[in-house]
Ligand binder design. Structure first.
Ligand code: PLP
Length: 438
């Protein structure tokens, strides 16, 4: 209550803008998630630079949320902005390709090990198109996802499993079709359940993050991803890895870092430095099957694609981001800083004897209010403590730190500094002490 009062008193301009915005936007925000923050209204942003941003009330924040991965590059990344500005000056949408596409295609192949690519506007789009292609070439009905996954606003992925039945996930404006007709859901790390679900040979594709991130970071247990690859191959099911968040693991995501071999792969958000764009790639074998079923010479290849997808701006943004910002050297630096972040939080947890843990995936790190890492989405969902989450988030916000609101996640960008990280450790310690009343 005290933190909430403090938040309200110190953000009068954001509050006033929020009140005005309510007249024309549902919940007073142009995109509904923007309201899901710990305060009683969203902070309106003025500008951002690197790992920091300023709000309309003049507060400066260290940004560890970074657009929930969309700005993993840091805001207005210096390595990408000149190329993006130059492209804007020369026109952005032609429905014709630009030369940047060549560089981008070659680089994606090098990073992720898949030869063929298409561009979409968002990760949601990329996943929808990948699933559509998978169903088209396999002629199969089902998609399999892991319980409590998130792959964007994709109808098929809004499902959960309850007593062996597939039902719609609570809290979503979901599809009006019975998800049991489209989707099978099993728990992550459950090889036996996966085997059983794939056995009938009616699943077109498994859509998965190689490490779950959206219910918190859940690593695959040793052998799980090998089993997933083996079982999908045996049953003629396509394996699609969504690297949108796991891109934090390295320049080629978890796939590049661990030599995985999916049939298809999708990645959005950070890939274009925060400009709306995403890509989906596929293997030679998948490309061959697509060629065999779609008349690509014909004029009417519909069902995938988008008017602004792959436009000159998105290609320039992707090229500049990959070439100058999300480089091997940047990852090495950022991952080392993320380790420092984790160690800082861990030291407080130990000093204060808290039953909490820290998890990390490359330059993405987060803390959990539980004693041991959950094994799957069901276990993780049962352990979420919304009230504590909200308190920690709000305390950080009131002390100039923005964490990702849905869980206590921090991303490290190329411009996050050692001072930013050490300041977080201090604020984290203070928030714990305030909580414990010490
Ligand atoms: N895939 C994953 C793994 C995500 O976490 C998200 C969003 O959080 C998406 C896809 C969808 O991204 P977008 O909302 O940009 O379409």
């Amino acid at each position: 209550e005290e933190e909430l009062k403090r938040f309200e008193e110190t953000h009068p301009r954001s509050k006033a803008l929020f009140e005005r915005a309510k007249a024309n936007f549902i919940d007073g925000v142009p995109m509904n998630w923007m309201v899901k923050w710990a305060g009683s209204f969203p902070i309106f942003v003025e500008s951002g630079e690197g790992a920091h941003f300023t709000d309309v009330d003049g507060h400066r924040y260290i940004d560890f949320c970074l657009g929930d991965t969309g700005s993993m590059t840091g805001h207005a990344p210096k390595g990408a902005v000149p190329a993006i500005k130059d492209r804007i000056d020369r026109g952005v949408t032609f429905m014709l390709p630009t030369e940047d596409a060549i560089w981008v295609g070659e680089e994606l192949n090098r990073r992720f090990g898949l030869p063929y690519w298409q561009v979409a506007i968002s990760a949601t789009d990329a996943n929808r198109f990948a699933l559509r292609l998978a169903r088209h070439i396999t002629k199969r009905q089902y998609v399999l996802v892991f319980n409590y996954c998130y792959h964007g606003t994709v109808d098929e992925a809004f499902a959960t499993a309850q007593e062996g039945h597939t039902i719609c996930r609570e809290g979503n404006i979901g599809p009006q079709v019975d998800p049991a007709q489209t989707t099978k859901v099993v728990e992550f790390n459950d090889i036996e359940a996966l085997e059983k679900a794939l056995a009938p040979g009616d699943v077109a594709a498994v859509l998965a993050e190689p490490v779950m991130t959206n219910i918190g970071i859940i690593h695959p247990e040793p052998g799980f991803l090998d089993a997933l690859r083996e079982l999908t191959r045996q049953t003629g099911t396509l394996l699609i890895y969504d690297e949108t968040h796991t891109m934090s693991a390295g320049p080629g995501g978890y796939t590049g870092a661990y030599g995985l071999t999916p049939d298809m792969l999708t990645v959005g958000k950070a890939i274009g430095g925060g400009i709306p764009t995403a890509v989906y790639g596929f293997s030679e074998a998948v490309a061959e099957r697509i060629r065999g079923t779609i008349d690509v010479e014909g004029a009417d290849v519909g069902g995938i694609g988008g008017t602004l997808a792959g436009n000159a701006l998105s290609m320039a943004a992707m090229r500049a981001t990959l070439e100058n910002v999300l480089t091997q050297e940047a990852y090495e630096r950022n991952i080392a800083l993320a380790e420092r972040f984790s160690e800082g939080v861990e030291s407080v947890i130990q000093e204060r004897g808290l039953p909490w843990i820290v998890k990390r995936l490359g330059c993405r790190t987060e803390y959990w209010f539980r004693e041991s890492p959950p094994k799957n989405g069901g276990e993780a969902a049962a352990a979420v403590d919304y009230e504590l989450d909200r308190y920690m988030h709000l305390y950080a916000l009131n002390h100039g730190i923005l964490m990702t609101p849905f869980h206590n996640m921090a991303l490290i960008s190329s411009q996050t500094t050692v001072e930013d990280i050490d300041y977080h450790t201090k604020v984290f310690r203070d928030s714990v002490d305030a909580l414990l009343g010490t």
